[in-house]
Design a protein around this ligand. Structure first.
Ligand SMILES: *Cc1c(COP(=O)(O)O)cnc(C)c1O
Length: 235
């Protein structure tokens, strides 16, 4: 879907987006109810998030710790949940883990250890593991070849539950390359499910953004991370 076509109000964009998600799901033979939309609100001021919430959006995503930690208290009166979708430094893990209900971007064992220590004494908390499916050096995420080892390591941490995998598609207009990346994440999920690890339901696939969410839905996405198509272009 061309980004230029998203020029309406947030409520209009949200309605249109929901329609497009449902249509893509049905066309792929999937239940639209199995796909959740995360409104990526990075760079957007709190008023825009209030507007989206008033239009019925409940899940919001931020990729910078500082921004999440500024916005979440400012919007504490709203019935919304935050997901953290960016690279997470271990020294920010405590604050981010307190503000976000799901971290999509666990990509290394030392971060997993840090979260496990933070959550000691409570029930296991959900996380996603980010995989670099595109091979682009600028992208974070564990290399596909290191996924088994990382998940084996996390399996020894009793306070983490690995709900699924996350990836960012390659920056390209080549739809086949985007599809190949999403498909490789779906395959990795299926393959990793065959390992019998504790606390690893591995049922979520976080993939698909404004420009590629329809392909992601075709390839099995359960969590879409969409900013521009909802809020308009970022400055
Ligand atoms: C910004 C961002 C998105 C949303 O991108 P859009 O193209 O604006 O929909 C999704 N995921 C991550 C990790 C991001 O940083």
């Amino acid at each position: 879907m061309a980004t230029e076509s998203w020029v309406g109000t947030i409520a209009e964009n949200l309605e249109r987006l929901r329609g497009a998600i449902a249509a893509a799901a049905r066309a792929a033979g999937r239940d639209p109810g199995g796909i959740r939309l995360i409104a990526v609100s990075k760079t957007m001021p709190p008023e825009r998030i209030r507007e989206a919430q008033a239009a019925g959006q409940r899940l919001f995503g931020e990729n910078r710790a500082q921004e999440l930690l500024a916005k979440s208290p400012a919007l504490a009166d709203l019935d919304i949940a935050w997901h953290f979708i960016g690279r997470l430094q271990s020294n920010k893990a405590r604050a981010v883990a307190a503000a976000a209900t799901l971290i999509h971007s666990v990509d290394r064992l030392d971060l997993a250890h840090r979260l496990d220590a933070l959550w000691a004494g409570g029930p296991p908390r959900p996380v996603l593991v980010q995989v670099n499916t595109s091979g682009e050096a600028s992208k974070s995420g564990v290399e596909p070849g290191g996924l088994t080892e990382l998940l084996d390591g996390i399996a020894g941490l009793p306070h983490l539950s690995v709900e699924g995998l996350m990836t960012i598609g390659p920056w390209t207009d080549d739809r086949d390359a985007v599809r190949a990346a999403f498909r490789s994440l779906a395959r990795a999920l299926a393959e990793q499910r065959r390992h019998d690890r504790p606390r690893a339901p591995l049922s979520e696939l976080s993939m698909g953004m404004s420009g590629d969410f329809e392909i992601a839905i075709q390839e099995g996405a359960t969590l879409l991370r969409i900013g521009t198509a909802l809020f308009g272009a970022r400055d």
